[in-house]
Design a protein around this ligand. Sequence first.
Ligand SMILES: [Fe+2]
Ligand SMILES: [Fe+2]
Length: 331
Amino acid sequence: MDDDALAGTRVLVIGGNRDVAESLRAQLTAAGSPSVDLVPALDLVAAQTAAAQPQVVLSLGDTDPAAVRARLDPLGLDAAPPVVPVAELAGDGEALGAAGIARLRMLLEHRAMRVRLGELEAIVASQALSAFRDTEVIRVDTLERLARAAEYRDDNSPEHTQRVAALAARMARHMGQDDRMVSLIRHAAPLHDLGKIAIPDSILLKPGRLEPEEFEVVKTHAVLGARVLADGHSEVLGVAEQVARSHHERWDGDGYPDGLAGRDIPLPARLVAVADVFDVLVHERPYKEAWSVENAAEEIRGGAGRQFDPDVVAAFDGLGAGSWTAGFESS
Ligand SMILES: [Fe+2]
Ligand SMILES: [Fe+2]
């Protein structure tokens, strides 16, 4: 079992007989939980929760989770920790096992993600959206601040989002897009991974391969980012929303989140898809070495008509190696 799956997670266990509760405490402690409080009866739960500040309350035996919730959050303010029946996590009996611990961790991470997304939406709502109604200068400035926040969370490549934007804009120009569209793509593309702000560090920054359920969480960054950028009252925000939502779609329809194919995928997202993959390949990440420029370009060419729009790949090729890694100052 992953012995730090619950690192930093304080737990309160309510109900059950003493032996079952103690055995659950041993399992949670072995999984890294720094504090596991046992509460035998419902009328003690509010005081114990106030004292121990758990991140999650597990209910055992015939303890009714709804009754526990009513004690912890009588006004329904959604301020109390979640109350989870152990039987729901364990599936069978009251021993959690590795699968039960993993389920508990995923549940807590989803909750943390929702909290972060809520905070992010509040920031955007209070600052960005009002600013977007003002001048174009403020629009672009605010977007770049959001892009920097996204960039900060995107693995170890602080300039990744800017390089992707610059390459996407160069390819757009090469394909004959007008100045306006090139500029929209240049300013919207850095936001492609904005939704990663809401993905827990334990997943986003994990070295090595992700478990399938962790990858499902990472995939949500596309929709989360688009949700933050939706209804923004400006053209550049509209393009940023398309890019955030659709930059992991594939030309053959096997991508996510909508399974769009071909030209149903908005062009700015098709451009960012190529620029993003190329940039990730040629730089080191926690889970991989940097590829050579030639090998990365071969991979992009090999994806034409399957992962990538063939016209975008042709533009990529047309630009040539000097342009692929020209940096982001000149675009
Ligand atoms: Fe992404
Ligand atoms: Fe990216």
